[in-house]
Design a protein around this ligand. Structure first.
Ligand code: ZN
Length: 1012
């Protein structure tokens, strides 16, 4: 047989592009457009409705970056379009079609609009691949709508990662960014639309089939005949005949062994990224109105959406949309998923913050919709903490979904469906959609890739297909659901069916109840700069978390001890704002300048408000007099003041540094530190054991400046090659004793760093404050502590425990982990001697090992302090930063935990008080069982809720004591509901005075104390 395959394929492609697509609309006519430019931040509909509109011509430039233009559009169906009986021809539909001047960039990263009825009801969004609005045309064929068009600039959707000034309204410029290309009334031919969908599905499938397959040959022949049958000069008149040619090919059922894809409509909308938070609320309104419009026309369509925060915006700003949405949620087609306040980062939020992501998220979905979300939905966050399975399960989640790990640069996780085991042993049924994206367009290529790529085939036959344009691109389209309808059972294609995440997970777990296990964190071998970028945002998070701890503790204490009114609403509002900033492009430092400026302003406000709550609560507890006390919010005794209590404190400040020749010595009888003439730590000896911390010839506290020019994704990535270019900042401008500290000043490039080092009486921690004035570009500043410890692993604090990672590079997995995340401390140790490094600000670390002269190895712990990527914020990290670090000699894990809290919780001395002592509400008699939060219950009953965890990775038996009149002590889930079969409270020991606890390593426990 003659092989004409290539030629026929070209013919089909051209026929589809040049004949079928243009025939989608039989007629078009321009509408009348008038415009009103807001010239600033978005306004509510009511204000736009009242504005004065000027005539506006299609073809005219509009929209300076980040501005909003409202277009008033009017017109009607021309009489010439109507049949003799005055109706539109059968098989047609009139639609408003708008082209805002869309660019070649991605949907969601450019201009977008929302069409409003004159009654103030949002009708539907407009995006590059979703430009038609049927509901804008009323039954009489008239159009009278307002279009709220956002001229969001394309900050970087082509991902060349070039620096741009567009990410800050102050520098984005004032020139119009778009040209309005079309505002038409158009007559859609519904039969041509169906023919186009038929042809595209078969053409796509053909491209995925083997060249030798009979099915492929049959499809090719049919498409060729379709092109013969459809008259290019009368597509409308011959479309039905064309469909008849293709119908037998579309009727052939799927193979009995075909992979089954559960298609879940979705729109991954980043809560801020290359646009500010305020724009996300509008993106959500546009996408949700699209989704509701599609639900009206397609009864099978199901849509899943995460992030309670995004629903809350719709409820607050778009009440009519909200009413329609609630209806569809009740019906089960609009499905809230995930149960978190936002799709947060999971590496950096503290343990209590991750808990609150669920408390606020699930709480919102429960109170608004009465539903419980059984799955965690985090397709896009940059790696997943080993603490997550336990937190998710304690929040009632049964399933976990992500896709991001498919972005790994080096290694491939061997499963798509598996059990993920956390550091405490909790297991969570997990799925990575093998389509390797969370915004599929349901192309044949995506479907075939998912089937081929699925690692667990043979054992399992199902996977999840999240489809729809994200980030304001409008979500799923009618074209996508048309494909799903045609691939429900189609020979040669995987089976595609509409599904909810719950239906998918139920099917997957039923079919494959005992999949393989992945233990520990899901480290993303990519985006390693996100632990460090935008230091001020990271500090804002860390400091807000610790202030929230203090505010809740003292507010609860004041409520119980002094009858003070617990500020539940204020705390909830502040928590929600902190949780929003933990979104996976804000806390990781990967957003435009505008977003980080907003974040810093929010953190400033949060600091002030929490400071007020702490002050008010302490004043209620302590009255006014002439005493002074320490309010110790730490979970451990501090300066003789019990954990979580208040008592007077004898000031035991730092020891005085003493010059010794060219060096300076700090000695408090616990450790002896020698600072050399360059201001570097030459020696630190743990006096009880005589062990030297600093390897002979090395210097600790060394600043190292690296070139930092990642290959792509600048703010996201630190690439392995950064290590090969380094300058040690040894020279000091200044080394002096100031008060009780050694002060060292250094300058390099355009930057300066002042280090203050001091040693408190009785402490084994050398504290170092850094004041950095940073004006470098594409550089990474590290702080290095070489330590004389031989080990092949390091412990890093994560949420509710710590994780051990190898410091060697035996395997490709170990080598890829060259930059890692830690919270308040890291520790390297031999069995009888350890060294910890604490910090109050950053999360990025690298911990490596070196051969030691004379045998063995030493370890080097380094913190990543600041970076200066140029994309997406060309001013990243510029300016002043202050942070605190501690070097702890002879640190066991308890020391590391205690010093980690100490570095992050300032010494709160309260002056002029009448009351000298406040007994802690609760206490625990075990140093490894740590109280993470003390608060009043979310339900307003006044019960006290305490979150504890085992911090050492050991089994612990402890007495939890309550020091206020209480009726009962019960174990609860994170949502503060009593759980049956809890294991933490030892049977029979519970009464109002406390409970005996038995914890497994790293176990997280929530205890609820009912007041008597
Ligand atoms: Zn994202």
């Amino acid at each position: 047989m003659h092989d004409r395959t290539a030629l026929v394929e070209m013919r089909i492609d051209r026929f589809i592009t040049e004949r079928l697509r243009p025939a989608l609309y039989r007629r078009r006519t321009p509408l009348t457009v008038r415009a009103w430019v807001v010239n600033g931040e978005p306004v509510p509909f009511a204000e736009a409705e009242r504005a004065v509109y000027e005539p506006f011509s299609v073809g005219t430039a509009w929209g300076r970056p980040w501005d909003t233009t409202w277009f008033a559009v009017t017109g009607e169906v021309p009489a010439g379009w109507l049949d003799a009986d005055g109706a539109l021809p059968a098989g047609t539909r009139a639609e408003l079609v708008v082209d805002l001047g869309f660019t070649a960039g991605q949907s969601g990263f450019q201009a977008e609009a929302l069409v409003w009825g004159r009654d103030g009801v949002p009708i539907k969004g407009i995006a590059p691949f979703n430009t038609a609005v049927a509901a804008a045309v009323d039954v009489a064929g008239r159009v009278d709508v307002l279009i709220e068009a956002a001229s969001n600039p394309d900050v970087g959707s082509l991902f060349s990662f070039e620096p741009t000034a567009l990410g800050d309204p102050a520098t984005a410029g004032r020139e119009p960014a778009y040209v309005l290309r079309a505002v038409d009334l158009a007559l859609r031919d519904l039969v041509v639309a169906d023919l186009l969908a038929d042809a595209l599905v078969l053409r796509g499938l053909l491209g995925q089939l083997d060249l030798g397959s009979p099915r492929r040959a049959q499809i090719l022949l049919a498409l060729d005949r379709m092109a013969d049958t459809v008259d290019p000069h009368d597509v409308a008149g011959t479309a039905s005949a064309g469909r008849a040619v293709l119908a037998p090919l579309l009727d052939r059922p799927a193979g009995a062994s075909a992979h089954v894809l559960h298609a879940v409509g979705h729109a991954h909308i980043d809560s801020a990224w290359l646009w500010p938070v305020r724009e996300t609320a509008r993106k959500v309104s546009r996408t949700f109105s699209n989704v509701l419009a599609l639900m009206d026309s397609d009864p099978d369509f199901v849509f899943a959406s995460s992030s309670a925060q995004q629903f809350a915006w719709v409820k607050e700003f778009y009440p009519t949309l909200w009413t329609r949405l609630v209806e569809r949620v009740r019906e089960g087609r609009f499905v809230p998923v995930g149960g978190m306040w936002v799709e947060s980062d999971t590496n950096m939020p503290g343990g209590e913050a991750l808990v609150r992501q669920f408390v606020e998220g699930k709480g919102f979905f429960r109170s608004e919709f009465g539903i419980d979300t059984p799955e965690v939905w985090l397709p896009d966050s940059f790696g997943y903490t080993g603490a997550f399975p336990q937190i998710a399960r304690a929040a009632g989640a049964r399933w976990f979904l992500t896709q991001k790990i498919s972005w790994n640069e080096t290694n491939r996780i061997p499963h798509h469906t598996f059990l993920w085991e956390g550091i405490d042993g909790t297991r969570l049924f997990t799925h990575f959609p093998p389509v390797d994206k969370y915004n599929s367009d349901v192309s044949a290529e995506d479907l075939a890739h998912a089937e081929r790529n699925f690692a667990d085939k043979g054992r399992s036959s199902v996977s999840l297909l999240p489809y729809g344009y994200g980030d304001g691109g409008g979500g799923p389209t009618a074209e996508m659901t048309a494909t799903i309808a045609r691939t429900a059972s189609l020979e040669g294609s995987p089976v595609v069916r509409h599904s909810t995440p719950r239906e998918f997970f139920t099917a997957a777990q039923t079919e494959y109840p005992s999949p393989e296990v992945w233990s520990g964190e899901l480290y993303l071998e990519f985006h390693r700069g996100t632990y460090t970028s935008q230091l001020r945002t990271k500090q804002g998070n860390r400091r807000s978390e610790h202030l929230l701890r203090e505010a809740e503790l003292w507010a609860a204490t004041a409520a119980i001890r002094a009858g003070w009114e617990y500020p539940a609403d204020r705390l909830k509002r502040i928590w929600q704002l902190v949780l929003l900033q933990q979104f996976h492009d804000i806390l990781p430092g990967t957003s435009i300048a505008w977003v980080h400026q907003d974040a810093e302003r929010n953190y400033d406000r949060i600091r002030t408000e929490l400071g007020d709550i702490v002050d008010e609560a302490l004043r209620a507890l302590l009255g006014t007099g002439d005493g002074a006390v320490l309010a110790n919010a730490a979970p451990h005794t501090r300066a003789g003041v019990p954990a979580l209590g208040i008592a007077p404190v004898a000031t035991d400040g730092p020891v005085r540094p003493e010059p010794d020749g060219e060096t300076i010595v700090l000695d408090n009888g616990v450790v002896r530190v020698v600072i050399d003439r360059n201001g570097l730590i030459a020696s630190m000896v743990d006096l009880a054991t005589g062990r030297e911390v600093v390897p002979v010839g090395d210097r600790a506290g060394l600043l190292q400046l690296h070139r930092d020019t990642p290959t792509q994704w600048d703010a996201w990535d630190i690439d392995e090659h950064y290590r090969r270019t380094v300058t040690d900042l040894v020279a000091a401008d200044l080394v002096e004793i100031d008060d009780a500290a050694v002060v060292v000043g250094r300058s390099f490039g355009n930057s300066t760093v002042v280090q203050r080092m001091w040693l408190d009486a009785g402490s084994r921690t050398l504290s170092i404050d850094l004041d950095i004035d940073w004006h470098e570009r594409q550089k990474l500043l590290k702080l290095a502590f070489p330590v004389d410890v031989h080990t092949d692993r390091a412990a890093s604090e994560i949420q509710f425990g710590h994780i051990e990672r190898p410091t060697h590079t035996n395997t490709s997995w170990d080598a890829a982990r060259f930059e890692t995340v830690a919270h308040r401390w890291v520790r390297v140790a031999e069995p009888d001697f350890g060294v910890a490094v604490t910090n109050d600000s950053t999360y990025g670390h690298d911990i490596s090992r070196r051969a030691k002269d004379g045998g063995g190895t030493t370890s080097t712990v380094r913190l990543s302090l600041v970076r200066a990527a140029l994309f997406p914020d060309p001013g990243q990290d510029q300016g002043r930063h202050r942070l605190r670090v501690g070097l702890v000699a002879g640190a066991d894990v308890v020391h590391a935990v205690v010093e980690g809290y100490r570095t992050n919780l300032g010494k709160r001395i309260v002056q002029d008080v009448a009351v000298g002592e406040v007994e802690p509400l609760v206490s625990v008699d075990h140093p490894g069982v740590v109280v993470e939060a003390v608060k009043l219950a979310e339900d307003g009953t006044g019960d006290v809720v305490v979150r504890l965890y085992e911090a050492l990775g050991r089994r612990a038996r402890a007495r939890f004591s309550v020091a206020f009149p209480a009726a009962s002590v019960v174990e609860t889930d994170l949502l503060e509901s009593a759980i049956e079969g809890g294991t933490a409270i030892v049977d029979g020991s519970s009464d109002g005075s406390g409970a005996d606890l038995a914890l497994r390593p790293f176990q997280l426990v929530t205890v609820r104390v009912a007041r008597a």
